[in-house]
Design a binder for this molecule. Structure first.
Ligand code: LMR
Length: 327
């Protein structure tokens, strides 16, 4: 099926709707359409297709239909897709451990702080570094802050003891859970709900929009509003594809991307809020707010992750980030 899709799209002819396109951008991602990422990618598609009068088509493959966490970066490298928007946590595994700085728990208190990194010189350096692996970094955008779920409330450090927690492939996130005496288990996003249902893992962390659209509420009785960490994305393109574009095409795509990312950032909070309302209405999952003291305890408990991961992230990167976040 994958092969078939790739062949159809590469040929740009047999696939419905791309018959007259001169270029097809295959854009693969792992989440549902009605999430901050899904909607931002749809906006990008709409802008590119309209402004190029259909000459450039964007074929979007959401929900890991085409490639998932384990193979999407390789697919981009090989030119089997032109664009991706993996979470920042997924770049460490492919040789960019400095991207895992975004996973440090309680590093950011609000999205405005994230912007100081992503929209400043550090963000630019991170995007530029991707050239090392044949990727062109086109920009960053948000999902939002992560919450913790399990079949019990997770409000204090002791609540995590012994739990198997699904994590993305980030050593920093793994260190966060180890500091809480939980056992991190790396799983692809598309496998997570099933693993929760089968009790292969006991809990996980994600912004509410991902939790809701994966129907994790059907298999998790408790969601604790910890807001302990950030989940965001980098849009990357295959370098050969990027190099093959005419300057006018590149400009059109870059502009559409800038606007789509701004749109994604503008709706992310509201999408997470909408998902939270839907979750409340579904009534399947208890939603817990943390007291200031509980949050402070969690924050203190995960501090070892900073020291343990400083060398992996790079002390220089870490110093620069902490400095940029100074009030
Ligand atoms: C996850 O794997 O939990 C997230 O990165 C999924 C996503 O892309 O939002």
């Amino acid at each position: 099926m994958w092969l078939l899709l790739s062949l159809c799209c590469a040929a740009g002819s047999a696939w419905p709707g791309v018959a007259h396109a001169e270029r097809v951008i295959r854009f693969s991602h792992v989440v549902a359409r009605d999430t901050p990422k899904g909607l931002a990618v749809e906006r990008f598609k709409e802008l590119v297709e309209r402004r190029s009068a259909g000459r450039i088509r964007v074929a979007v493959y959401p929900a890991a239909q085409l490639y998932g966490d384990l193979d999407e970066m390789e697919a981009l490298r090989l030119g089997a897709v032109e664009m991706l928007a993996p979470s920042l946590s997924k770049f460490g595994r492919v040789g960019f451990p400095e991207f895992e700085l975004f996973d440090l728990p309680f590093l950011f208190t609000q999205l405005q702080d994230v912007r100081r990194i992503t929209h400043g010189p550090i963000g630019q350096r991170l995007l530029d570094s991707l050239a090392r692996q044949g990727m062109v970094g086109l920009g960053f955008f948000d999902n939002g802050f992560k919450q913790m779920s399990a079949n019990r409330p997770l409000l204090e450090p002791g609540d995590f003891a012994g739990l198997r927690m699904r994590v993305q492939s980030s050593r920093v996130i793994a260190a966060q859970f180890r500091a809480l005496n939980a056992r991190p288990v790396v799983l692809a996003f598309s496998e997570t709900r099933r693993a929760l249902a089968a009790h292969v893992v006991d809990g996980t962390e994600n912004p509410v929009s991902n939790f809701w659209t994966q129907r994790m509420h059907e298999v998790q009785s408790d969601l604790s509003m910890t807001n302990h960490g950030y989940l965001g994305y980098a849009v990357v393109a295959n370098q050969r594809f990027w190099g093959s574009l005419a300057p006018a095409e590149r400009e059109l795509i870059e502009r559409a991307m800038r606007e789509a990312l701004a749109y994604g950032n503008a709706i992310a909070d509201a999408e997470n809020e909408r998902a939270l309302q839907a979750l409340r209405a579904a009534g399947t999952t208890r939603i817990h707010e943390l007291s200031t003291q509980q949050r402070a305890q969690l924050r203190a408990a995960v501090q070892p992750a900073y020291d343990q991961m400083a060398a992996r992230i790079g002390t220089r990167w870490l110093q620069d980030v902490l400095k940029a976040l100074e009030p």
